[in-house]
Design a protein around this ligand. Structure first.
Ligand SMILES: *Cc1c(COP(=O)(O)O)cnc(C)c1O
Length: 227
């Protein structure tokens, strides 16, 4: 699917087809799954063909990088939705809410407080997902699974933040399905509907397990080491 001779447009079409097939297999409507094209590390020139092919939802993992690349691209292409999928430092909360339409990495009280203040200050209302560290990995961002319910409630009750859903990044060395299942379970018991899960290697599994958003980078844009 991601052979390097294919164009970005061909890869996007193939991934859309695979998402639709996985959705139908699971008795879901293909249009209930949004493809987030993860464009981190790629220059605007590399991203433009995806925009020209009609892709509008993009993921970036650094605030600074997105602030540099996206204003001009947004100017050129209407209807872009930009999603922050990387860890966010609380001192960048204002820049983040000014740059992104969705922030997927809300994971601690200090950040909840900073985001609440940033919304107040800017009048912006980005949608928010709570990141869950389903693999309980030391080095990984995200609230621990057993702390998720309390944190989601605290975002709402203590900080006035409306949480739309959950995001996870399973451990690289484990089968992802149990992690996707756990994320879905936590979402269901908290009445949340948005599930951002699945990347290039496992997005079809994620769709079968209920993903509403899959985050696909290298399968669209190519290897990040090669540029
Ligand atoms: C980089 C990244 C992706 C995309 O990974 P690929 O394997 O290139 O598809 C998805 N989600 C997050 C959080 C990322 O940082």
């Amino acid at each position: 699917m991601s052979s390097s001779s294919e164009t970005v447009q061909e890869r996007l079409a193939a991934i859309r087809g695979a998402i639709a097939a996985a959705a139908r297999e699971a008795g879901r409507a293909p249009e209930d799954v949004v493809l987030t094209a993860v464009s981190k590390t790629f220059e605007a020139d590399h991203i433009r063909p995806a925009l020209e092919a009609g892709q509008r939802v993009f993921g970036e993992n650094r605030v600074q990088e997105a602030m540099k690349k996206w204003p001009a691209l947004r100017e050129a292409f209407a209807g872009v939705e930009l999603r922050l999928i990387g860890p966010l430092q609380s001192n960048k909360a204002v820049e983040a809410v000014e740059t992104f339409d969705v922030i997927e990495s809300l994971d601690r009280p200090k950040l909840a407080r900073a985001l609440a203040a940033a919304l107040e200050k800017t009048g912006r209302t980005p949608r928010l997902l709570v990141q869950v560290n389903t693999g309980e990995e030391e080095q990984k961002a995200g609230v621990l699974p057993e702390a998720a319910d309390a944190f989601i409630a605290s975002c709402r009750d203590d900080y006035g933040l409306s949480v739309e859903g959950l995001m996870c990044i399973p451990p690289a060395d484990q089968p992802p399905a149990p992690h996707f299942g756990l994320l879905r379970l936590i979402a269901e018991r908290n009445g949340l509907h948005t599930l951002s899960m699945g990347m290039s290697a496992d997005f079809e599994t994620a769709v079968r397990l209920g993903a509403t958003h899959v985050r696909v980078g290298s399968a669209i844009f190519g290897s990040r080491d090669a540029h």
